[in-house]
Design a binder for this molecule. Structure first.
Ligand code: NAP
Length: 309
């Protein structure tokens, strides 16, 4: 019998791709979601929870061999008002605490707890590429990632094996930032954010899914890993590569000045303008090989897959 993997927030961008991958490998997948959903696939099941009300279907927990914690209010969807910032943090941290309490109080066979975290853990690039031993930044995202990771590490006290993936910007046309850049490109505009010199530590969605899988099957993996491709690029290179692949030469380059971004998206603009440069050395040391180490190949694949649809 193949293992059962319980994925919190498995309905999102990463969760959907991971679910497809695991089902193809023969795993059973249970998605923990706030929505009432039904599956026609006997290997895929949905179970209900509502972390804000401390509700969780513990029968799902009892079936699981591994838990993957992806749930969390989207960081880029809405303006960072005070209440949204609280929701972003709570949806990750309170939900992890709920998982902890239920695992503590319910007999279960869960061996591994694998969780998303983000490169926002480290803060802005200051001349040294960040590695996993660097401390968290003392800003909103740094504090949030630290508390999120701490709430997951608590599972170690229950004898669970913990892996945390500090994820970079996920490249996929199905969602996330590339879709945002792609909209103006349809009209012929390549929109560079601010000066465009800021570093972006990115990862192709398929590589990220393969790292989650590695965390399930490779028992040597433990603790935090940066989930980013080996070659970060500047915002300008990312936007112009995408424009060239999608449009050849027929596009106009536009800079969106920092103050316009600030007005348009508020405090989140800091994140778009921040330089993020993070090392992939530790995950490569585990033997993991990236299918898309270079941004051009990653974007070519994403756009050609989109064209075939
Ligand atoms: N995509 C990226 O570029 C990126 C980069 C760094 C880190 N990450 C992290 O990786 C994880 C997965 O990312 P993703 O892009 O797949 O996210 P996503 O598409 O936004 O999906 C996250 C899922 O979380 C659940 N969720 C949303 N709000 C919630 C709330 N208030 N309480 C409980 N659950 C809630 C939703 O599932 P239901 O509605 O079904 O409950 C949603 O489908 C996230 O934690 C994210 O922070 C992503």
């Amino acid at each position: 019998m193949m293992d059962t993997v319980l994925i919190t927030g498995g309905t999102g961008l990463v969760g959907q791709a991971l679910t497809t991958f695991l089902l193809e490998k023969g795993y059973k997948v249970i998605i923990l979601t706030r929505k009432k959903l039904r599956s026609d696939d006997p290997h895929l099941q949905y179970a209900l929870w509502d972390p804000s009300r401390k509700l969780l279907d513990t029968t799902a927990l009892q079936q699981a061999d591994h838990i993957i914690h992806l749930a969390g209010a989207n960081v880029a969807d809405k303006r960072w008002t005070t209440s949204r910032k609280k929701e972003i943090a709570d949806s990750r941290i309170q939900s992890a605490r709920l998982l902890f309490e239920r695992l503590r109080d319910t007999p279960n066979k869960v061996r591994k707890v694998i969780s998303a975290s983000a490169t926002g853990y480290y803060g802005a690039f200051n001349g040294d590429v960040f590695t996993e031993t660097d401390p968290p930044a003392r800003d909103y995202l740094g504090n949030t990632c630290k508390d999120w990771e701490d709430s997951i590490r608590q599972m170690e006290t229950l004898g669970k094996h913990v892996v945390i993936l500090r994820t970079g910007l996920v490249l996929s046309l199905k969602g996330g930032v590339i879709r945002e850049f792609y909209q103006p490109l349809r009209l012929g505009f390549a929109t560079i954010m601010g000066g465009g010199e800021q570093w972006v530590s990115w990862i192709h969605l398929q590589d990220l899914v393969r790292i989650y899988y590695a965390a399930i099957v490779n028992d040597q993996m433990q603790g935090a890993y940066n989930a980013v491709a080996p070659h970060p690029v500047t915002n300008k290179d990312l936007v112009l590569s995408l424009a060239r692949i999608a449009k050849g030469k027929s596009f106009v380059t536009m800079h969106v000045p920092a103050f316009v971004l600030q007005v348009a998206v508020g405090e989140m603009s800091v994140e778009v303008l921040k330089s993020v440069k993070v090392s992939s050395e530790k995950i490569r040391q585990t033997g993991f090989q990236f299918s898309y180490p270079e941004v051009e190949e990653a974007l070519e694949q994403i756009l050609s897959a989109a064209r075939k649809k």
